[in-house]
Design a protein around this ligand. Sequence first.
Ligand SMILES: O=C(O)CCC(=O)C(=O)O
Length: 288
Amino acid sequence: MTDVQDFTFEANADAERLRRAFEAQGVVVIKNLVTKERLGEQRAAVNRLLAIKLQRLGHSPISDDIDENLNALVTLDQGHAMDIIRAVKDSPFFYGILADAKLHEICRACLNCETLLSIHDIAQFRIDPPNHDERNFEWHQDFQYNVMSMNSATVWYPLKRVAEEMGPLAVVPGSHRTIVPVEMNFQGHKPGSGLMHAVLRFEVDEREAERKAVVLCPIEEGDVVVFHSLMLHRSGANRSNRSRWTVNPRFGDAADPAFADRGWLAVRDRTQTAFAQYYPEYVKVSGS
Ligand SMILES: O=C(O)CCC(=O)C(=O)O
């Protein structure tokens, strides 16, 4: 049985060791990769957005703690968490994460490649409030959602420690060698709603996946998980009293022949009806 220690490394680990572990297991955990200072800056940037949103709703921000401000916000309406997710993704600090040299170095080592691509649309920031399971993922692979290079890396790290009752991520080490078929249903799907996970149903033997699963727990502040786009993984349910905050960009190999040959086409999420929705007085719909 694989143990999380089999694929856990320190931040200064040799690239060759990382590559071999990633190739064998499809996942590595890097301890202390993000500095406490940088995590603090990232939480402060999130908190500024929480404060703006609370003020717009006529409330004063109550704390310098992201969980306390978020709790105040979602007490008003759970939907506000999705607004914060959207704004975080468009914040300069989030672009900084996509451009982070340390993450690039680890991903290049894992993917054994030189030239990375990262698509902003499919980079995720997650807020998983307690007992709010709507956005939880069942067993799945990321490739079918992202369609970058087949050997892309998903990076997953929390802004605050993830303990067992907070719904840690579960992975199936070694599951990254086959593409799992999916059933696709876009009926009723709204781009940008945060519910893209519901569009695909993966044909997974769930009992087998649970039997082989390794739960990545605890993940301390500064630790970073990197897993293969074909790695089977799922969310855990958050049964604590605070949210799970996770940064979740993806990096692909630009030299993947199929990816390069299709002109690096991947999945993107556009909300093209926004102008008509918010400024209908300027829109005349024709051709219907
Ligand atoms: O953080 C989670 O709960 C799961 C995230 C995930 O599976 C994904 O974004 O692919």
